[in-house]
Design a protein around this ligand. Structure first.
Ligand code: SAM
Length: 182
């Protein structure tokens, strides 16, 4: 068998071997000590092995052109939920420094921003799906209520708000970084 799965805390998993590559997306932002986590992961890389992580940066959240107060409100709720949960929402900016401190070299740093518009774009449901996934936390944290959010009609209202003005939505920045263990 060529593939096996092990579930557990990334900082505590006892791995019996080293690897050609370690890959992660939207994980480091949730770890309590990302510098330590990256160092431990790199210890399990073979010389010449690749570390490839992708993490977001919330500094400039999604925005619409022309501006949409509904989009801004949705993102404000989502961002507040992430920050209040303790997640590091600027991990994308910190990746390079973490790699350097872990001794990785040959770094390739890039970023992506999705952009879309029109009635068939998948971004509306993605954004509203994200909000729905954190809605229970928003309610228990006292940030907002389902009554205020009206989740059942939210995607339709957002789509209408953008499409009726021939607008576009620019997503948040997703940073990706490849590096090699010398
Ligand atoms: C936003 S999800 C990303 C899931 C997936 N990588 C993706 O890109 O769709 C964050 C993931 O990080 C995992 N995670 C957070 N802290 C972790 C830790 N200390 N050890 C292992 N996994 C962790 C969670 O279990 C969750 O699956």
């Amino acid at each position: 068998m060529n593939v096996s799965f092990e579930a557990g805390d990334i900082g505590e998993l006892a791995l019996a071997r080293d690897f050609d590559a370690v890959v992660g997306r939207y994980v480091l932002m949730f770890t309590s000590d990302p510098a330590d986590t990256v160092r431990e992961i790199v210890e399990h890389l073979r010389p010449g092995g690749i570390a490839a992580f992708q993490e977001p940066d919330f500094t400039q959240g999604p925005y619409a052109d022309p501006p949409s107060s509904l989009l801004d409100q949705i993102w404000q709720w989502i961002a507040e939920a992430f920050r209040k949960s303790g997640a590091d929402t600027e991990m994308g900016h910190k990746l390079r420094n973490l790699y350097l401190r872990a001794g990785l070299s040959d770094l390739h740093l890039e970023a992506d921003r999705l952009i879309g518009g029109g009635p068939d774009w998948g971004g509306y449901s993605h954004l509203v799906g994200l909000l729905k996934s954190v809605l229970p936390f928003l309610e228990t944290s006292g940030i907002t209520t389902a009554k205020e959010v009206q989740p059942d009609t939210l995607e339709q209202r957002l789509r209408h708000d953008i499409v009726s003005r021939d607008g576009i939505v620019v997503w948040l920045t997703i940073v990706r970084l490849w590096g090699r263990k010398p």
